[in-house]
Write a protein that binds this ligand. Structure first.
Ligand SMILES: Nc1nc2c(ncn2[C@@H]2O[C@H](COP(=O)(O)OP(=O)(O)OP(=O)(O)O)[C@@H](O)[C@H]2O)c(=O)[nH]1
Ligand SMILES: [Mg+2]
Length: 458
């Protein structure tokens, strides 16, 4: 139901974790992805804006640097998402003696009340509660029959009255029969709108039943409109929580969920299908963890630490600012890019590169591993002085031949490595300067694109 949102959130967190340079371009692209995904899930645009503003604020804060900045961004992202999903509140069933839990479900026409009553009955019966369903929808003729069928199918006790048209009277008739049950789930009638008749009926039932919980059932497909609906119901009665149904059949679930959080109506459960077991307790923390594909914030932060070895990052940064990388450094960079998901990642790591992604040919990404292992052999055949100053090799055919022989590769391979070194050194050097100068100019970008398009053949 939230596959796409989850996919994008994971992509965004990966981008943050894997970034070597966390510059304006990268932050912009992350925020754009996030916004698009959240708005697609129907999250209120104001909430989306708040979230983006907070991330941007951290991102441009000059006082926070490197890994710390990444941690801050991920923490903000995590906390804000958790925030907009609302507080966790469990639907507690009290078990004290003589304590009867009476849970009344309300909602507009077709919101899923009757189906949810059966699901809840089944859910709590399995957890050892003595459950009885009571049908107080006396308006729709087929309603008691629907409840009966569901109850019988799942072997749950039920009480209905096929003739009485006043729901409060039905309650009076059945309440004495409910003594042996500790959890009473009460189905009520729906209406097209929360009109006076419905309000009067709810009030009368509330007075008669004295429910321990009044739960509003909202279908996810109304999206953000859930806010208005929850507010209206809250005004006329003591809604203690919400159940959102039809999460499976709409892209607007994010809107319904976050709208309920805005009204401070805790979402107890979400329903994700028509079957009896398609009901799950809603816990914002674990819901978010699932979306992000990770256990919790700590696990998320761990990801950054695992891909960002701070020391080696610092070393590279220094070398970049000095404009000098050794061949081994370059190999290290390429290898780490590879382990982080391919050379493709260069685009998101180096400022400005995201803009030209379509111009870097896919062939660049091929056969890297074989190439890298050859390169490692080549480097092993070099002297320390050669490794640190590879430019001295450029015109020294005899040295190149010696190295090629030692590594068991043709001389063309050694030359190709030297060429890549030059290119990458150039690129990383420009990237290093860029961090300070906020991105490449269009001209520089085109130059890089041409260079990489033509020359970077792995
Ligand atoms: N896909 C999907 N369908 C659901 C879900 N919950 C309920 N439905 C379907 O929605 C329709 C209406 O459900 P009901 O339980 O009858 O809704 P209600 O609120 O009792 O309706 P009224 O009593 O007429 O007001 C039925 O066809 C259900 O099968 C859900 O989580 N997912
Ligand atoms: Mg119904």
């Amino acid at each position: 139901m939230f596959e796409k949102l989850g996919e994008i959130l994971r992509k965004v967190t990966d981008k943050v974790a894997n970034a070597i340079f966390l510059d304006k371009d990268l932050v912009d692209s992350i925020i754009k992805d996030l916004q698009r995904a959240l708005i697609e899930a129907d999250v209120n645009i104001m909430l989306v804006k708040q979230l983006s503003d907070k991330i941007r604020k951290i991102a441009v804060d000059e006082r926070i640097k490197g890994i710390e900045k990444k941690e801050h961004i991920l923490k903000i992202l995590h906390d804000e998402l958790e925030n907009i999903l609302g507080e966790y509140k469990q639907l507690k069933i009290k078990r004290e003696k003589n304590q009867q839990n009476r849970i009344m479900l309300l909602g507009l026409y077709g919101s899923g009340k009757t189906t949810t009553i059966a699901k809840l009955g089944n859910y709590f019966a399995k957890r050892g509660q003595k459950v009885a369903l009571v049908g107080l929808d006396t308006h729709r003729p087929a309603a008691p029959e629907q409840l009966k069928q569901l109850a019988e199918e799942h072997k749950i006790s039920y009480f209905i009255d096929l003739f009485e048209k006043n729901p409060a009277k039905v309650w009076k008739k059945v309440k004495d029969k409910l003594k042996d049950y500790n959890l009473i789930l009460i189905d009520t009638a729906g209406r097209h709108t929360l009109d006076k008749v419905l309000i009067a009926e709810i009030k009368a039932l509330e007075k008669e039943i004295k429910p321990t919980e009044i739960i509003l059932v909202i279908p996810a497909d109304i999206g953000q409109a859930a806010k208005k609906q929850a507010q209206e119901f809250k005004e006329v009665t003591d809604i203690s929580g919400v159940i959102i149904t039809r999460m499976d059949s709409t892209a607007k679930g994010g809107g319904a969920l976050t709208a309920c959080a805005e009204t401070k109506a805790p979402v107890y459960f979400i329903a994700t299908g028509e079957k009896i077991n398609d009901l799950e307790e809603f816990n914002p923390k674990s819901f978010l963890a699932r979306l992000l594909g990770r256990g919790d914030l700590e696990a998320l932060l761990e990801k950054i630490r695992s891909v960002t070895d701070e020391k080696s990052q610092k070393k590279i940064q220094t070398k970049i600012s000095e404009g000098k990388l050794s061949l081994e450094d370059v190999i290290e960079q390429v290898k780490s890019m590879n382990s982080l998901g391919g050379f493709d990642k260069i685009k998101s790591m180096i400022p400005g590169f995201s803009k030209i992604k379509e111009k870097i040919p896919e062939s660049v990404l091929e056969n890297q591993e074989t190439r890298i292992s050859k390169w490692e052999h080549i480097i092993k055949s070099m002297t320390q002085h050669e490794k640190e100053n590879p430019e001295i090799l450029e015109k020294q055919t005899s040295r190149i031949q010696r190295i090629a022989k030692g590594a068991g590769v043709p001389t063309s391979e050694v030359r190709s490595l030297l060429k890549q070194y030059r290119l990458l050194n150039d690129m990383v050097k420009s990237g290093g300067n860029l961090e300070m100068s906020q991105g490449l100019s269009q001209k520089q970008l085109q130059k890089f694109a041409r260079k990489f398009g033509k020359k970077l053949r792995f």
